[in-house]
Design a protein around this ligand. Structure first.
Ligand SMILES: [Zn+2]
Length: 111
């Protein structure tokens, strides 16, 4: 059987943090139509927080669906991690309650 090459998951398809926003832009030229109407666009941006600061990164139209999919992947991953953390916390609480019961059984006088 021929061995298939395993493609490494590169940053191009990995999860991506942040969220998408679209915006109209006014170019600032004195006689441009955008002075009077909504402006040019809409252009898409990925908003991401980097060390507490909001950063805006332009997303090309050609990349939009990929970036959106990667952001969705990140969101799903975060939700899965939150769920796992919650379950671990629930398990821990249950274990603690059981330990307390066991402790009371072994030491009913509470010495
Ligand atoms: Zn303009």
């Amino acid at each position: 059987m021929p061995r298939k090459k395993v493609k490494e998951k590169g940053p191009k398809i990995g999860p991506l943090s942040g969220y998408l926003r679209s915006q109209y832009i006014k170019c600032g030229r004195a006689n441009c139509h955008c002075r009077a109407d909504v402006g040019h666009g809409p252009y898409s941006y990925r908003i991401v927080r980097v060390s507490g600061q909001r950063r805006k990164q332009y997303v090309r139209k050609a990349d939009l669906s990929t970036v959106r999919a990667r952001i969705d992947a990140q969101r799903r991953q975060s939700a899965a991690v939150r769920q796992m953390n919650q379950e671990a916390l629930d398990d821990w609480r249950e274990l603690k309650a059981q330990l307390r019961q066991l402790d009371q059984l072994l030491n009913p006088a509470g010495r």
